[in-house]
Design a binder for this molecule. Sequence first.
Ligand code: SF4
Length: 385
Amino acid sequence: MLKRRKTKTATVGRVKLGHQHPIAVQTMTKVFTTNVAACLRQIRQLDKVGCDLVRIAVPTKADSEALAKIIAKSPIPVIADIHFSAARAIEAIEAGAVKIRLNPGNVKDKNDIRRIIDCAKQHNIAIRIGVNEASIRDLKSDVAPAKRTALMLKEMRSYIRLFEKAGFDNLVLSAKSANTVRTIEVNRAIAANFEYPMHLGLTHAGLPEDALVSSSVAIGTLLAEGIGDTIRVSIAGDPVKEIQLGKQILQSLGLTPHKGPELIVCPTCGRCQVNVVALAKKVRIRLEGITKPVRVAVMGCVVNGPGEAADADIAVCAGAGKGYIYKNGQKTATVEETKLLDTLVAEIEKSKTESPKTDSKKDIKTETKKADSKPAQQTTSKKDN
Ligand code: SF4
């Protein structure tokens, strides 16, 4: 288990952020806030996929009014996203937001900030100080990229001082850039200087196919170093996808358990005996709706497949025109290629009522040895190598 950086605890409604609490996954709604019905519809979709916190843009007074109606019916604690306006911040707090995000780049008046702090104290809510590289650059557009990390840290430090001077410490910190390396650098610097919980994410990460890699690298690197208490994967797309990607990042680092099936698929190679990709895609579809945390492996051959699938609860290792089903490391059946999918799914279904796996790998070693001495031949069914 990765060791997390020691932090204070921030209270965000029913969610607590900090090293003693699970890392929360959050996103933003992407419909007009004034469209209360659409906003709530999106929030309910997010709730279904395990979203812990949802943030909502509040650019106008009408949005503040809508926010109160949304909060009254939201199944997830709501954060208000504030830019430029102290009035919006106070309206959002009074509407019931459990946290507001303030951007030091555009809410700068000290009297305004003190009024917001007083209101946040009265309502016992959290505030995220969310520094964005783009906002900092707006102020000092001549700052070279190499100096922006220091500038973001400086901006963060002076903003935090205002809060600490006013005796407010229910804070969450974030510093975002569209640049992966700078996001890592600035968050490392913030983690080294302050004890508050941290919100991680890239800003303007891009379309899902582009954002996936950069967000995973930036957020994953920091999480692996123990930094980060809540994450948001920003993509130009469905917020449900943001939550799913965020959860996958946490799962890949062992920071949250798999709640449903985990599918492992071999990358295929010249030993592959069946169309593994097509088989795995069908298995994935059949796994939808199964909530048991079962690890399923689809492997392309019996040479290395059984060994590589040893940690799976249930595995299929393809042979020429047939496949071998393994349960908890033991070979349990040999089936025709055409029946592989149904047999595998039947075994997964059966496993729902069975006790946890044993750890014997005896048969795997025997099978691997036999297969290694006589490599299986390719068949005409191989398509995806
Ligand atoms: Fe190749 Fe077999 Fe490994 Fe798949 S399981 S990558 S086919 S050796």
